[in-house]
Design a protein around this ligand. Structure first.
Ligand SMILES: O=C(O)c1ccc[n+]([C@@H]2O[C@H](COP(=O)([O-])O)[C@@H](O)[C@H]2O)c1
Ligand SMILES: Cc1cc2nc[nH]c2cc1C
Length: 350
């Protein structure tokens, strides 16, 4: 089946936990890093995992609803920021360079013709972005399926190059609105609690966004138990659909998935409904300041690694958390045990 994911292996849990517990530290003293080390060992089915170079996949697309005023920025900022990624000047370029992460920029449906570009993956589902969900579904079932399939293919291609760590980022003016609609529907959280200021709406702008999204939800009139695939087609966007497909593809290849902020987590809510085991492969990198992140993290029982008040997207939270993930593998591989260091356990543990 193209979109099925296997649960992670539990045969090494006891051996990994034993290795973690024999390290020269009080039991559990490395906190969340210990859970992470266990998870990485289980995913890679080894007591000595190797992470290699992380791959950051930034998916960009435009949203029909952007023109209705769900964002403080004009739609053109999506393609302009893609140019910024290609030129190396955005925050994600800086953090990726700093932390030695390889960046892949994917056009999932930006309303702009970039021409032939060596460094941009052209995976456009539509040359104009999604349709406006205030009037009609954002995408057709065929477009949605193409986006999921393309995302899966891209992740498999990156995995073919030997990658084991996949980080996800996005760019799309208006995509916090789509993510809010998806999050509300898939977590059963009131829409009002999922809507935030996005790229910086003022109070009036936020009121307007709330009214528009309420209208969109009323028009779509999805039942509470609507299928995730229907929710995705209704509200979009192409970058969200492609990320969901790429997450499933990366998990199918035994990758570790670095989850960024509000929009990437909305994509995960969709992916997890399609293939529940995808959750096993995820590291929740940060707690986005967008208010709907709270409902997402609760629904996924996620414990994010950092909480810096970030609300940028682009994969920046994942890029910043990457050194912590590397530290989890490093302590598992390199730290001395009580035996190897000749430390008396009783004395060491009081
Ligand atoms: O990832 C997040 O948590 C996040 C929170 C707020 C805004 N963003 C970014 O801001 C853009 C969307 O904001 P908006 O107001 O246009 O919906 C989009 O390009 C996202 O990458 C991202
Ligand atoms: C300038 C700008 C940069 C971004 N990066 C991700 N989303 C963004 C939104 C805006 C508006």
């Amino acid at each position: 089946m193209p979109f099925t994911v296997s649960s992670i292996d539990d045969s090494l849990v006891a051996a990994l936990q034993h290795k973690i517990d024999r390290k020269t530290k009080p039991l559990g003293a490395l906190g969340l890093l210990e859970k992470l080390a266990l998870q990485v060992g289980r995913i890679q089915k080894t007591l000595s995992p190797e992470l290699g170079e992380a791959q950051m996949l930034v998916f960009a697309a435009d949203h029909g609803a952007a023109k209705a005023g769900v964002s403080p920025f004009p739609q053109d900022v999506t393609w302009q920021m893609v140019e910024n990624y290609l030129a190396g000047g955005a925050a994600i370029n800086v953090f990726a360079r700093q932390n030695k992460i390889r960046l892949h920029v994917i056009d999932a449906g930006v309303a702009h013709d970039f021409g032939e570009r060596d460094t941009l993956i052209n995976a456009k589902i539509s040359p104009t972005g999604t349709r406006n969900y205030l009037d009609e579904p954002a995408m057709s079932a065929a477009e949605r399926d193409a986006a999921l399939q393309k995302g899966r293919e891209i992740a498999h291609r990156v995995a073919d190059s030997g990658a084991r760590v996949f980080a996800f980022g996005e760019m799309g003016i208006g995509n916090t609105a789509a993510a809010a609609l998806i999050t509300s529907q898939l977590t059963g959280t009131p829409l009002i609690d999922c809507i935030g200021r996005g790229a910086g709406l003022d109070d009036r702008g936020l009121e307007h966004k709330r009214a528009l999204l309420q209208r969109a939800a009323t028009r779509a009139a999805l039942p509470a138990d609507a299928a995730a695939l229907d929710v995705l087609a209704e509200f979009g966007g192409f970058e969200i659909a492609m990320i969901a497909g790429a997450m499933i593809g990366a998990a199918q290849r035994g990758g570790l998935l670095l989850i960024d902020g509000f929009i990437v987590t909305a994509a995960l809510l969709v992916a997890e409904r399609i293939a529940p085991a995808v959750r096993d492969y995820c590291v929740f990198c940060h707690h986005s300041a967008e208010p709907g992140a709270r409902a997402q993290l609760k629904a996924l029982a996620a414990e994010p690694l950092i909480d810096l008040g970030l609300r940028l997207g682009e994969g920046t939270g994942a890029a910043l958390a990457w050194p912590l993930v590397q530290s989890a593998a490093a302590f598992l591989n390199e730290m001395a045990s009580f035996e190897s260091a000749g430390i008396s356990e009783k004395e060491a543990r009081g």
